[in-house]
Design a protein around this ligand. Structure first.
Ligand SMILES: C[C@@H](O)[C@H](NC(=O)OP(=O)(O)OC[C@H]1O[C@@H](n2cnc3c(N)ncnc32)[C@H](O)[C@@H]1O)C(=O)O
Ligand SMILES: [Fe+2]
Length: 524
């Protein structure tokens, strides 16, 4: 792009109609938020709002039309009617100005403007907004989704709770205020591997009879701790050293503080862009559009239909193609002491000592509860799995936060992932599920290949369950790790399913459910 060329960006996936101009720097930005008179965002009303302010918003930034080299717009994900209104305006502008269109993925734009605003190069990203909650990291030409919400987005969860107490939309900022005067009550905490779920938490919060301030405080403490935990796991897994927070909920001070503390403890850098670039804004579309244009990515008019279910990992990130992205920290299996995401694991000559450590980012009561619950559950379930014929380490001793167990010597599955070894993993998981246990964290870092067997370790998130749903989610977590860390995912997935079906009778039903879970995760 010539030195003085500008890209016009249009954003309007949900609540904010916003336009911006980006050249070498941000040149202009103007927004007109839609504020629902009551209740949450109504898709058609939001679209009508966008249409009614389009002329005003666009003309405020369109001061030098002759310098514009492309029109970028949010192609998805988002609300259908809003997306259509914005796409129509973008097409008209591109024709009138005689410049190409650039179709931008809204989630990727949140990430890119965050990198631009903070100068971070290759971060793990917590993208927490109204409709989306994802933990992302760049690898080989794509933003991989390490973990995400299995039901609703974090912002929508907060807004939904606020609405049930007749608080105005958006509820997030109001809850943040109320939470400052609250103290901790127990609410359900749901992390499944690297994925999260918020609806159980919201229901419990809605039903709680505790003081509103206490519920707000605990809703935040619980939901944010879940997000920070998953971010930390992704950080540990991917071996990156920067954490970037983006999305509307990123404005929350408590969430920022928790991530900051987590990063300090892990020796990673943390950053959050200034508020203007956190929630939906035109600058993120103009900037990402500019970068895409510079790499020759434009969108022919006939292919410019909106994409309401557009996933962040569908985008080919051609502008970072020269970067492989880094992945795979060295695991604790090499010996010595290693700090995993939640425990210190000391590999000794004969045995392994696993001690769960306090997390300063979470409130002390929640911290203590998670440590005791998980230590106890882990020891109990490892023993039960072993009795059912699942290869697991033998347990030698257990205290409130520590388990001493047999040292399993072999190769972490993530370093030796072939169809043969993955098949062994399938066999082990089949036996586990057959015994009524779900692992809760089936990643290739939690499996060790030894003597033609795949030994399952780290039962910290395991639970007893014979629910098809829980089994499906268990396997979904595994497939997600495989997909985000291997090149021959489909082949490995098939090998896993073969092994799984061999040792577990209910395999077909669970695999079908896994597929449903996967589709469900695609933008709600
Ligand atoms: C697809 C797109 O339309 C959607 N955008 C979106 O949800 O708007 P965003 O601006 O990124 O985030 C809005 C959310 O951010 C929450 N929010 C804003 N300030 C907050 C605060 N201080 N504390 C907690 N939540 C906050 C709001 O309650 C609301 O749920 C998305 O990115 O998922
Ligand atoms: Fe957004």
């Amino acid at each position: 792009m010539s030195h003085d060329g500008l890209v016009l960006g249009l954003e309007g996936t949900a609540w904010n109609l916003s336009a911006a101009l980006f050249g070498d720097d941000l040149v202009a930005l103007h927004s007109s938020p839609y504020v629902p008179p009551k209740g949450g965002i109504h898709p058609r009303e939001a679209a009508q709002h966008h249409a009614s302010v389009m002329k005003e918003v666009v003309s405020r930034v369109l001061t030098e039309p002759e310098r514009i080299k492309a029109v970028a717009f949010s192609q998805g994900p988002g609300l259908g009617p809003s997306l259509r209104t914005v796409a129509t305006a973008a097409r008209a502008l591109s024709i009138a100005l005689g410049v190409p269109l650039v179709g931008v993925n809204h989630c990727v734009a949140h990430v890119e403007i965050g990198r631009w605003a903070t100068g971070f190069r290759d971060p793990i990203v917590l993208y927490a907004s109204g409709a989306n909650t994802q933990v992302l990291g760049y690898l080989n030409g794509r933003y991989r989704i390490f973990g995400e919400t299995l039901d609703i987005g974090l912002g929508n969860a907060l807004d939904k709770f606020a609405r049930s107490h007749d608080l105005p939309h958006p509820g997030g900022p109001i809850i943040e205020k109320l939470a400052q005067k609250g103290s901790y009550i127990e609410l359900p905490y749901t992390v499944k591997g690297m994925d999260l779920a918020f609806s159980g938490l919201v229901s419990a919060a809605q039903e709680s009879s505790a003081a509103l301030e206490d519920v707000c405080f605990s809703l935040q403490e619980t939901a944010f701790a879940m997000c920070v935990e998953v971010t930390e796991r992704a950080l540990a897994h991917a071996g990156k050293d920067e954490v970037l927070l983006v999305g509307g909920v990123g404005a929350n001070r408590r969430l920022q503080e928790m991530l900051q503390v987590m990063c300090e403890e892990r020796g990673a850098a943390f950053a959050v862009p200034e508020r203007t670039f956190l929630g939906d804004n035109g600058a993120m579309i103009a900037y990402t559009g500019k970068v895409m244009l510079e790499h020759g990515v434009t969108l022919p008019l006939e292919k410019s239909q909106i994409r309401p279910g557009f996933r962040s990992d569908e985008v080919e990130v051609t502008w970072r193609e020269d970067e492989p992205g880094e992945i795979f920290a060295t695991g604790p299996h090499e010996g010595g002491t290693a700090r995993g995401a939640e425990a210190v694991v000391e590999i000794r000559e004969e045995d392994v000592v696993k001690r769960r450590v306090s997390k300063r980012y979470r409130s002390p009561a929640l911290d203590k509860r998670l440590i005791t619950e998980r230590t106890r559950a882990e020891a109990r379930l490892i023993a039960a799995a072993r009795r059912a014929g699942v290869p697991t380490p033998v347990i030698h001793d257990i205290t409130a936060d520590t388990i001493v167990m047999e040292r399993v010597e072999g190769d972490l599955l993530k370093y030796v992932a072939t169809p043969e070894t993955i098949r062994l993993a399938g066999e082990a998981v089949g036996r586990l599920h057959g015994a009524g246990i779900v692992h809760g964290d089936l990643t290739t870092s939690n499996m060790i290949v030894r003597n033609g067997q795949c030994v399952l370790i780290d039962f910290g998130l395991a639970s007893t369950s014979a629910e098809i749903e829980d089994r499906g989610v268990d396997i979904h977590v595994f497939f997600e790790t495989l997909e985000s860390t291997t090149e021959n995912f489909e082949e490995l997935k098939q090998a896993f399913i073969e092994g799984y079906a061999e040792t577990f009778e209910g395999a077909d039903e669970v695999i079908a459910r896994e597929h449903e879970v996967e589709l469900r995760g695609r933008y709600l």
